[in-house]
Design a protein around this ligand. Structure first.
Ligand SMILES: [Zn+2]
Length: 381
């Protein structure tokens, strides 16, 4: 594979979880439209995500649960049993028109990515990144867990050692369940402390397979750069992975309505850049991100980074028009968007001091007694 591939689909364009749900905003379609407006998405780099077959999902999800999702999509009605057993139809995980097809398309892209990466390469699947999904229930807006399915697909295609890096503002609780104790998987998650789902505490090493770094509110670009240099890059390098999977959720930026971190999109792009040469295979997934302008701009910049495109200081008119056409309803934040959300891709940097809490936690993870990685480093002196 010579050039990076982009996996997308039209199903995401008009799909909404409901008019008050954070996932009422377009995201993947914005990335596709912006990338095309910038001339960055020629036909030969684009693949339409196939919808995963139920059997393909059942390598991790239970047949009962997959069947329930299909039935609820067909009837647009959930039973009390669906809610009790699978959390289908809760406020968080509502019944909506594409409740099966949409997650099955994100999963189909991730399963396909695992096959296409057999011989190596770079793939971007921004519809993917549903890292909270559980084997038999919906969780945190995620009905399926496409990162787990991607990693299992990589394994079926001959890839053994996988480094999974997750910089979404929330902890990847579903992925941690999927790869708990797996000796050939290293999961590194950087997430806001005490934010839902409140898992992934510093001491939790997922059976020796994870490094969890909860970070305080207000995380800035300098702190993320420190985390990347002192934790992510050396740990991934020491692990010598056959594949890197990066979950690049966009909810860590200052303007996101759900989390309380203060990153700019530069921080995410720097992590992408740092991971690009660390394994013969790289899969980048989307994830959270609930400000329609922030997520569209950030994820388009991820694609630019993967391709080495120079991000222009000012967007051309056609790209600006994509951003000006977005609406963010039912929130005061959507009423008067600042002009740079329309006219630029790159945020201003949000630098600041690297707080001691972050230095101490990174030190504990890399030199202390947390997990097998810390121990092996210590024994090496
Ligand atoms: Zn998130």
């Amino acid at each position: 594979m010579e050039q990076p591939l982009f996996i997308g689909a039209e199903i995401f364009r008009h799909s909404s979880y409901g008019r008050w749900h954070p996932l009422r905003v377009p995201r993947v379609s914005t990335v596709m439209d912006l990338s095309r407006a910038l001339g960055w998405l020629p036909k030969e780099q684009f693949i339409t995500a196939p919808r995963a077959k139920p059997k393909a999902l059942e390598v991790w999800h239970t047949p009962d649960y997959v069947a329930a999702l299909q039935r609820v999509e067909a009837t647009q009605h959930r039973t009390d049993e669906d809610l009790r057993r699978h959390d289908i139809g809760s406020v968080t995980n509502p019944v909506y028109p594409e409740i099966y097809r949409r997650p099955a398309t994100a999963a189909g892209g991730s399963l396909l990515a695992g096959e296409l990466l057999r011989e190596g390469g770079v793939i971007y699947n921004p519809p993917g990144g549903t890292h909270h999904g559980m084997p038999d229930r919906a969780n945190g807006f995620c009905y399926l867990n496409d990162p787990v399915l991607a990693m299992l697909s990589l394994r079926r295609n001959g890839v053994r050692r996988i480094a999974y890096v997750d910089i979404d503002a929330h902890h990847c609780d579903g992925v941690a369940v999927g790869f708990h104790g797996d000796p050939d998987c290293l999961m590194i998650s950087v997430h806001e402390e005490r934010l839902w789902p409140r898992t992934g505490v510093l001491e939790d090493d997922a059976g020796g397979s994870a490094l969890n770094l909860p970070v305080p509110r207000g995380l800035n670009d300098s702190e993320m750069a420190f985390i990347c240099e002192a934790l992510i890059v050396p740990q991934v390098a020491a692990f010598r992975p056959d594949a890197v999977v990066l979950l690049c959720g966009a909810d860590g930026v200052e303007e996101d309505p759900l989390a309380h971190l203060s990153l700019s999109n530069n921080a995410h792009w720097a992590v992408v850049e740092a991971l690009m040469s660390m394994a013969p295979r790289l899969l980048v997934l989307g994830g959270g991100g609930y400000n329609p302008w922030s997520v569209g701009r950030l994820w388009t910049g991820v694609w630019a980074t993967l391709n080495g495109h120079v991000i222009p200081e000012w967007l051309p008119a056609e790209a600006e028009a994509v951003l000006r056409a977005l609406r963010w309803e039912n929130t005061r934040r959507g009423r008067n968007p600042p002009d740079h959300w329309f006219t630029t891709l790159r945020d201003a940097q949000r630098v600041g001091p690297v707080r001691d809490a972050i230095k101490d936690r990174v030190h504990l993870l890399t030199h202390g007694s947390v997990g097998r990685f810390g121990q092996s480093q210590r024994s090496m002196g």
